[in-house]
Design a binder for this molecule. Structure first.
Ligand SMILES: *Cc1c(COP(=O)(O)O)cnc(C)c1O
Length: 473
C-alpha cells in the first residue's frame, strides 16, 4: 500500500503518508498503479486558477447585455451578508428552535415574493427557473389528478417560449401544443381559441414575452383558459420588467416562478447555484413541496404537514445562501424595485430606438426590459449574427443572446438591465453602429474577430463534442 502512495507523491504535492487505507477499504478496490495526477505546488495551482479567472468575462469587467438572462450588477453587500458565520455555518439538520433566524429570513422572503407577485403561497425550494417550471407543472398535474380530470394532458406553449417551458411540461408527462405568435409578436388569440378543448391543463406564458413585448391580451387569455377549466403558468424570467407596476396575479396567472438569480441580483451563470421559487394561488397551496416555512405564535417552523404535497423537489430547503442574497437585495431596494424596472425598460427602449433602421427590428413596438433585433440584413452582406457577437467581444462587450427566440431569423436579443448609465449604453450603441458599417465596407475583416480575447475563434462543433479539458504544464 504504502509504496503506491509513495510513488504517486511528487515533491510538491500533498502526500497522505501514513494512511492505513488498506484497513478500511477492500483490497480489490485499492488502486495499484500510479494515479497520474499533476503534481503541483499551491502557488502553481493559484496561478492556474487566477489565470482562468482573468480570462473570464463578468459584469465587473464590462457591459453584459445578455437577453433574457438579466445580468444586472449583484451588490457586494449580498455576498457579505450570505457569508455571515451564523448563516453559512448553520447545519440544515439543526432543529427549528436553533434556526429561528434563518427560518425568519426564508419566511420573510416568501412574504416579499407574495407581495411582488400577488400570489398566496410560496416555496423557495427549486434551484433554478427550469426547476421551478418543473415544480409548477407537477403542482398543476396533481391538481387535476386530485379533481379526477386525468384527461387534461395538453399544455399550450407559445412559439416564442424559452425551450425549458416545453421541456418541463414534457417531463411531467404533458403533451405540448404550440400556439403561434401574431404580427405584433404576441399570442394569437384566434389560434389559441382553436386549440382550447377539455384536454388542456394549462398554458405557459412569459410576460413580457421573450421578444420583450407585453402581451396586451393577457386578461382575455386568462379568461379564456379559466372558463375552459385550465390553469395559467407564468414564467417569471422577465419579472425585472414589471416589478411594482403590475403582477402575475392581476394578469390572471395561477402559478409563477421567479428567477432570483435574474431579477433579485444573486450570482448567475456557470451552472449555479440559483433559485427558482414558485408562487401559487390559494387553491394550489395544498400541493406545494414540503417543508413549507410557517410562522405561528411567534415561532418559525418547517412544516411537513401539507395535505396533497407533491413531495420534496430538492435536498434540504433550497439554496439557502442564494435566498439570503435575494432577501438582502429586496430589503435594500424596497420601493425602489419599481424604479429598477422602470430604468431597465427605459434603457432597453433607448438602445432599441438608436439601433433600429441600421439593424432590422422585426416587431417594432415599444419594448419592455429587452428587445430582439434581426441581423438578417448583415447576414446578406456576409456576416451573420454570430459574427456580430464575436466582433462585439473585441470591444469588451459580452455578446447579446443570439438565435433566440427561434421565431426571429438571425436574432440578436439585447437586455441592458437598469445597472448601466447612459454613457455605457451610448458606447455600446456606437459600437453596434460601427460594426454594421464595417460589415458594409469589409465583411471579411469582421469575420476575423474576436482578436483580443484570450481564446480566438473556436471550432464550436468540435469544442462542444470533443472538449479539451486536460491540464497542460
Ligand atoms: C432563463 C430563463 C428560463 C430558465 O431559467 P433558469 O433559471 O436558467 O433555469 C426560462 N424561461 C426564460 C424566458 C428564461 O429567460
Amino acid at each position: 500500500m504504502k509504496t503506491i502512495f509513495e510513488k504517486s507523491c511528487g515533491v510538491d504535492g500533498v502526500c497522505l503518508e501514513d494512511c492505513k487505507l488498506g484497513e478500511y477499504i477492500p483490497k480489490e478496490l485499492l488502486r495499484e498503479d500510479i494515479i497520474g495526477l499533476p503534481q503541483l505546488s499551491e502557488l502553481e495551482i493559484m496561478r492556474h486558477y487566477k489565470d482562468l479567472s482573468d480570462r473570464n468575462f463578468c459584469i465587473e469587467k464590462g457591459f453584459y447585455p445578455l437577453g433574457s438572462c438579466t445580468m444586472k450588477y449583484n451588490p457586494k453587500v449580498n455576498e457579505y451578508l450570505a457569508s455571515l458565520e451564523n448563516f453559512c455555518n448553520l447545519h440544515p439538520y439543526q432543529k427549528d428552535s436553533d434556526s429561528q433566524g434563518a427560518l425568519e429570513l426564508m419566511y420573510k422572503l416568501q412574504e416579499s415574493l407574495k407581495i411582488l407577485t400577488g400570489m398566496d403561497a410560496v416555496t423557495l425550494q427549486p434551484a433554478a427557473g427550469a426547476h421551478g417550471e418543473l415544480t409548477g407543472m407537477m403542482i398543476i398535474k396533481k391538481y387535476f389528478e386530485t379533481k379526477g380530470e386525468f384527461n387534461r394532458k395538453k399544455v399550450i406553449v407559445p412559439d416564442s417560449a424559452h425551450g425549458t417551458n416545453s421541456a418541463s411540461a414534457k417531463m411531467c408527462g404533458f403533451d405540448i401544443v404550440e400556439v403561434k405568435s401574431n404580427k405584433k409578436g404576441q399570442v394569437d388569440i384566434d389560434s389559441l381559441k382553436s386549440l382550447l378543448d377539455e384536454d388542456v391543463a394549462a398554458i405557459m406564458m412569459t410576460n413580457p414575452n421573450t421578444l420583450g413585448i407585453f402581451e396586451e391580451n393577457v386578461l382575455e387569455i386568462s379568461k379564456l383558459l379559466h372558463s375552459n377549466g385550465s390553469l395559467l403558468y407564468y414564467d417569471g424570467a422577465n419579472f425585472n420588467a414589471i416589478m411594482g407596476w403590475t403582477n402575475p396575479r392581476l394578469m390572471g396567472f395561477d402559478v409563477v416562478h421567479i428567477n432570483l438569480h435574474k431579477t433579485f441580483s444573486t450570482p448567475h451563470g456557470g451552472g449555479g447555484p440559483g433559485a427558482g421559487p414558485v408562487c401559487v394561488v390559494e387553491k394550489l397551496k395544498e400541493f406545494l413541496p414540503v417543508p413549507v416555512i410557517t410562522y405561528e405564535n411567534g415561532i418559525y417552523k418547517r412544516n411537513y404537514d401539507v395535505a396533497n404535497s407533491i413531495g420534496k423537489v430538492r435536498g434540504f430547503y433550497g439554496n439557502f445562501g442564494i435566498l439570503v442574497r435575494a432577501y438582502a437585495y429586496i430589503l435594500m431596494m424596497g420601493n425602489n424595485l419599481k424604479l429598477a424596472s422602470a430604468d431597465a425598460v427605459l434603457n432597453a427602449n433607448y438602445i432599441k430606438e438608436k439601433l433600429k433602421g441600421v439593424y432590422e427590428l422585426p416587431f417594432d413596438e415599444p419594448c419592455m426590459h429587452e428587445f430582439v433585433l434581426s441581423g438578417e440584413k448583415q447576414h446578406h452582406q456576409g456576416v451573420n449574427t454570430l459574427g456580430i457577437a464575436k466582433r462585439l467581444m473585441d470591444s469588451n462587450y459580452h455578446p447579446p443572446t443570439v438565435y433566440f427566440p427561434l421565431i426571429v431569423h438571425e436574432a440578436i436579443m439585447i437586455e441592458p438591465t437598469e445597472s448601466e448609465r447612459k454613457q455605457v449604453l451610448d458606447g455600446f450603441i456606437e459600437t453596434m453602429l460601427k460594426i454594421a458599417h464595417e460589415i458594409e465596407e469589409c465583411p471579411e475583416e469582421v469575420l476575423k474577430s474576436p482578436k483580443t480575447t484570450p481564446i480566438k475563434k473556436v471550432n464550436e462543433t468540435l469544442a462542444a463534442r470533443k472538449p479539451d479539458l486536460v491540464f497542460k504544464e
